[in-house]
Design a protein around this ligand. Structure first.
Ligand SMILES: [Zn+2]
Length: 78
């Protein structure tokens, strides 16, 4: 399964561990089908049935989105 949405390494954020297997949860930006608003999905990278959660807090999302944009800038700008 190929997903075009950016996946943020959990290492860049505070690590949250899967309660089932102890993996660091993957952060993934998703957009609501109805609202079109972004939300942050936390998911176990090993098995999505382990854990899946959503953060919809706007301020927190804004921080994460900015972090993604910075991460996507070419390294030669530093
Ligand atoms: Zn897991």
């Amino acid at each position: 399964m190929v997903v075009n949405e950016p996946v943020i390494s959990a290492n860049e954020n505070q690590s949250i561990l899967c309660p089932v297997c102890g993996c660091s949860l993957a952060f993934q930006i998703t957009k609501g089908r109805k609202s079109g608003k972004p939300s942050l999905m936390l998911k176990c990278p090993r098995d999505g049935r382990h854990f899946r959660g959503f953060i919809c807090d706007r301020n927190y999302l804004q921080q994460i989105l900015e972090r993604i944009e910075q991460a996507q800038k070419p390294a030669n700008q530093r």
